[in-house]
Design a protein around this ligand. Structure first.
Ligand code: FES
Length: 245
């Protein structure tokens, strides 16, 4: 768990960027009148993106003023959710999932790479490029072990990593490339690695095994059509040839 203390060095002021301000207005409009405080989490997130990946105390005060909230309430939210960084981070923040599936699949090796190339968790590499943290499950367990990289490109997942591919990922980021997110092994998203080895019989899918249904189960019972009314017999013509009335 990352430290949840505020950074000692803090900027005196904070202001949302023009783009950030646009997003703030969008979120404030989203909630019914009088419920604008619900925008505290999106506003903290926008402030973090506007401030190079971390939320300074001045931003929490600005948000408190905008939402008419006590500063301590904003601080409670910011310190509770670990997605908010309370002190400066590197240009690329590497978040290594250390929860059980990733741990069993080798997240310890990824952590060792971070420790040897970046330093201890929470520290920033000498070139300012990297910092890292161990985080809880990021919901990509099927592609374990994985990391989330947060930078100016967004918050992207890199999956199916090992020591070599983790080093390669850091090399790509350090050289200014924008690595393609997703698995780092031969598979598409979470499909099997390499060729499929199960459910390969085409007849399972082409309909050739299907038997003709005699009747559709649970179909509503057929109702008999109501008999059509009998047509009245035409009246016989009178001797004058005029129809009688
Ligand atoms: S355990 Fe790592 S993504 Fe779920």
């Amino acid at each position: 768990m990352a430290s949840r203390h505020l950074a000692k060095e803090q900027p005196k002021t904070f202001a949302f960027s023009a783009e950030g301000e646009k997003q703030v207005k969008y979120w404030l409009k989203k909630y019914p009148k009088g419920k604008q405080r619900s925008a505290v989490i999106p506003m903290l997130w926008i402030a973090q993106k506007d401030h190079g990946g971390w939320v300074p105390e001045a931003a929490m005060r600005v948000i408190g003023d905008r939402l008419d909230m006590a500063y301590i309430r904003v601080l409670e939210v910011a310190t509770f959710y670990t997605m908010f960084n309370l002190k400066p981070v590197g240009k690329h923040l590497i978040q290594v999932c250390g929860t059980t599936p990733c741990m069993l699949r080798g997240s310890g090796d990824l952590i060792k790479v971070c420790q040897s190339r970046i330093g201890s968790a929470g520290s920033i590499s000498a070139d300012g490029n990297f910092s890292w943290a161990e985080v809880e499950c990021l919901g990509a367990c099927v592609n374990a072990p994985m990391v989330q990289v947060s930078n100016s490109d967004g918050d992207l997942y890199y999956e199916d990593l090992d020591e070599a591919s983790m080093n390669a990922l850091l090399d790509e980021l350090a050289s200014g490339k924008a690595p393609i997110p997703g698995p780092r092994v031969d598979r598409v998203t979470s499909a099997p690695t390499g060729e499929s080895i199960t459910l390969t019989d085409a007849s399972l899918f082409d309909g050739s095994r299907a038997k003709k249904l005699k009747k559709i189960p649970n179909a509503p019972a057929k109702t008999k059509k109501a008999a059509a009314p009998k047509k009245a017999a035409p009246k016989a013509k009178s001797a004058t040839g005029k129809g009688g009335k």
